[in-house]
Design a protein around this ligand. Structure first.
Ligand code: 1CP
Length: 361
């Protein structure tokens, strides 16, 4: 408990990593940069390791492998944020739901929850089953030694529920969307359970060493905005409330894929930074969100396949539009498979070379 108070309530200090300063809105002389899915299949070292350890669950649930994979982009590109190699589904077995990740199909949940009976498997989150996450974050914090922020992450209740109800990836979300009308109480019970478990899981990650947490509501943008207000936002808001009570200084970033229709509605979730996907113009995003909140993003991941001069210009344009305050430079979604590693290296070189007094005129 003592350790918890120490790590969670540390007030901001000048030794905080650049990314933490920017996320809080403190002055910085360039935007910190990291990439969603910066560890993964576009890297040759990752593909080599994945051949040796073909099970995704093994790769993402073994401390040594988690640390090694998380550090692969850190060693190669020196990003300002080192995200733990994990998945939004990783905590599910710790509260009663088993899953697998198959090579072609992606995430698979053998027993989707769609009924009162199905809810019976749920139990409070058991952190004994997630020791590899806590241990990895502790080691990552030592390994990057304050030179970068260690990033933890979670899935938002709605996004996790899409997998738990549909049984895997979906294009149409028809089962879960119809459940909003045919079995609202079952969906609400599931979302409430996820809310408590995910809030506890964030606090666990912060206690273990995460400087900053990203909440992925990746499929929140699949809901009509009015439905997002009812079926996703209240649960995110509750998570933010619960976490901010215990860890008031830990910045929270909220990312929704396809959030052009939701931006204004995201502001009062209470998060510190809003991730923009690449379909929103950064200048429009800033204008719509106002000055009280940070932004992250939003270079189109496809720019990493373009000539490096075009990539450089686009990074500079995005940074100019975002302005010097409270911006974390990132892509508008994850790095694509097949992305040249030279382009990723270039992205980070350009990021490090930026100076607000020269690019922001
Ligand atoms: O081994 C592999 O390469 C399998 C692909 C893969 C990887 C690399 C999966 C399966 N998960 C991951 C790791 C992962 N997942 C990270 C790594 C940390 C990093 O370097 O950024 C992160 C942040 C995630 C988060 C995640 N998983 C999200 C939210 C982010 C987003 O892309 O919007 C989602 C939606 C998932 C589910 C998931 N896991 C894996 C896949 C292929 C998917 C998406 C499937 C779908 O489209 O429904």
């Amino acid at each position: 408990l003592t350790k918890f108070t120490l790590t969670c309530s540390a007030a901001s200090s000048s030794s905080d990593p650049l990314l933490v300063k920017a996320a809080r809105g403190d002055p910085v002389n360039r935007p910190p940069a990291w990439m969603m899915r910066q560890a993964g299949r576009y890297m040759a070292v990752y593909r080599k390791l994945a051949k040796k350890h073909p099970s995704f669950r093994e790769r993402s649930e073994t401390t040594d492998l988690i640390v090694e994979i998380s550090l692969q982009p850190w060693k190669a590109f020196r990003p300002d944020g080192v995200i733990i190699f994990s998945d939004i589904l990783t905590p599910l077995p710790a509260f009663g739901i088993d899953f697998d990740i198959e090579d072609v199909r992606g995430p698979v949940i053998q027993s989707p929850i769609r009924s009162e009976e199905g809810l019976k498997v749920l139990h409070p989150i058991d952190f004994d089953k997630l020791r590899f996450v806590g241990d990895s974050l502790k080691i990552l914090r030592q390994e990057v030694g304050g030179h970068a922020a260690v990033l933890g992450f979670v899935g938002a209740p709605w996004t996790l529920a899409t997998y738990i109800v549909e049984g895997g990836t979906t294009r149409t979300y028809t089962t879960i969307k119809s459940m909003c009308h045919t079995a609202p109480h079952i969906l609400k019970t599931l979302l409430s359970h996820l809310t408590k478990a995910i809030a506890d899981y964030i606090i666990f990650q912060v206690e273990s060493g995460a400087h900053c947490i990203q909440i992925f509501d990746s499929w929140g943008g699949q809901l009509p905005p009015e439905m997002w207000e009812r079926w996703s936002k209240p649960y995110i808001k509750e998570i933010v409330n619960l976490v901010k009570k215990k860890c008031p200084d830990t910045p929270l970033v909220l990312y929704i894929n396809g959030n052009g229709g939701l931006l204004e509605r995201m502001i009062d979730t209470g998060v510190d930074v809003i991730g923009l996907d690449w379909t929103v113009d950064m200048a429009d995003g800033r204008r719509r969100l106002g000055s009280g909140i940070g932004v992250q993003g939003n270079v189109d991941p496809a720019y990493l396949f373009s000539p490096l001069t075009a990539l450089t210009e686009e990074i500079q344009r995005v940074v100019r539009c975002a302005g010097p305050k409270q911006h974390i430079l990132n892509l508008g979604h994850g790095v694509l498979v097949g992305t040249p590693e030279e382009a990723v290296a270039h992205f980070f070189e350009v990021a490090r070379s930026l100076k607000f007094d020269t690019v922001s005129q």
